[in-house]
Design a protein around this ligand. Structure first.
Ligand code: ZN
Length: 108
């Protein structure tokens, strides 16, 4: 009875929704389906990943531009520089103290 089914486009490409790829990418980002764990991102930053894993993270961050993982990366970097300046301060304190101790010893 229905003639509708015969009205489907003959060209299979025409049946593909042009918004489909966009939708997939959006869902992929929003759902964070393939987001690596922050530990993995940390390893990637430190060069601890090899081959496919490093490629995957690189693609995820740079090509997909996953906002979540890029935020995690920024956070890890901030924490790293905090740790480094704390380390430097600690080192300076220790150097200063040992210098003072050395000076006192020579004068004694
Ligand atoms: Zn991600």
């Amino acid at each position: 009875m229905s003639q509708d089914e015969r009205d489907l486009p003959a060209d299979p490409d025409a049946a593909i929704d042009p918004h489909l790829t966009f939708t997939v990418a959006t869902v992929w980002r929003e759902e964070r389906i393939s987001c690596p764990h922050p530990d993995v991102l940390q390893s990637y930053r430190q060069g601890g990943l090899d081959g496919g894993a490093a490629e995957f993270v690189k693609f995820h961050l740079e090509e997909s531009q996953c906002p979540y993982c890029n935020a995690v990366m920024a956070d890890l970097e901030a924490r790293d520089s905090d740790a480094k300046s704390a380390e430097l301060e600690d080192l300076r304190d220790r150097l200063l103290r040992s210098t003072v101790t050395a000076l006192r010893q020579t004068r004694a």
